[in-house]
Design a protein around this ligand. Structure first.
Ligand code: GUN
Length: 286
């Protein structure tokens, strides 16, 4: 069997058709579109690209988008005051503060300041807790996007050995939770894990959120039935964007793998859009 390439495009096309229907339904009922506000602090080039992609996707779907661009030397207090205003503004459904934030600002204090029912990233302590208990309204975008990709391609998770590489608050930890809620047997490996090869040999599904290249190569003992999800995004010397995996080596050894670009990245944005629409309906009581 040839390796299956798990592209996001057909998944996002189906999701966006459904979202467009919900967005026009919301507009008819409430006289306005669901609205996402993004907040960008500083001038990190990658963050600028991500935020602009989020805005253009909102517009393509018929949603409203407003972007606050703040100077990198803004104080934490000033940022929290802006969030107070956005929290109280009934026309704002989703609030996303792009990470990373400058050193003088505590990211967690900022995320905890966003109203949980507008926290479309699912970074606030309240939403992380609800997610851990499997009763969250808004799920974290990258892990939930990955679960949607697996559902679309009918890749079963229940009873399978899933290996999550990386233990970040944004991807690794919530990914492990969502896989656990889907009845996978979950292992989380990280920089101090002693025998990665042993874990890879035992895995039916590997989600890589290491954020580093060179660890996942074709020489590892991959199961031929394994599915590989690559969350990494790296721009390499020749200008290409690649993932954590040595794609050309691993592709030949496994059953299915996500491309980079065109895999996890678009799924994250699609889930952000879905969360914003969900948040809009929720605050209107449905
Ligand atoms: N920076 C990189 N990825 C993300 C994300 O998903 N949300 C936010 N807020 N910042 C990010």
């Amino acid at each position: 069997m040839p390796t299956q390439l798990l592209k996001a495009a057909p998944v996002t096309a189906a999701l966006y058709e459904e979202l467009k229907r919900k967005i026009s339904g919301f507009k008819n009922q409430h006289g306005r579109s669901p609205k996402l506000v993004t907040v960008l602090v500083g001038e990190d080039p990658a963050s600028q690209i991500y935020v602009s992609k989020k805005g253009s996707t909102c517009h393509a779907l018929g949603m409203a988008h407003e972007d606050f661009k703040l100077s990198s030397n803004i104080s934490e207090g000033e940022l929290l005051l802006l969030l107070d205003r956005l929290n109280a503004d009934d026309s704002v459904d989703g609030i996303l503060v792009q990470s990373p934030l400058p050193k003088q600002i505590s990211s967690q204090r900022v995320y905890d300041h966003i109203r949980p029912d507008k926290d479309v990233d699912c970074f606030s302590a309240t939403n992380v807790g609800l997610c851990a208990q499997n009763r969250a309204l808004l799920l974290p975008c990258t892990p939930a996007g990955i679960m949607e990709l697996l559902r679309f391609y009918k890749i079963a998770v229940a009873g399978k050995n899933a290996l999550v590489l990386g233990r970040s608050d944004i991807v690794g930890k919530p990914m492990a939770l969502l896989l656990l809620h889907a009845d996978a047997t979950v292992t989380v490996a990280h920089s101090k894990t002693s025998d990665l090869a042993e874990h890879i040999a035992n895995s039916d599904l590997v989600v890589s959120a290491i954020g580093r290249r060179g660890v996942l190569t074709g020489t590892l003992p991959w199961k031929s039935s394994c599915t590989v999800i690559d969350v990494g995004i790296h721009r390499i010397a020749d200008g290409r964007v690649v993932g954590d995996c040595e794609f050309s080596e691993i592709e030949q050894k496994v059953a299915a793998i996500t491309p980079v670009p065109g895999g996890v990245g678009p799924m994250t944005i699609a889930w952000l859009m879905a969360n914003t629409v969900k948040a809009a309906y929720f605050r209107k009581g449905n």
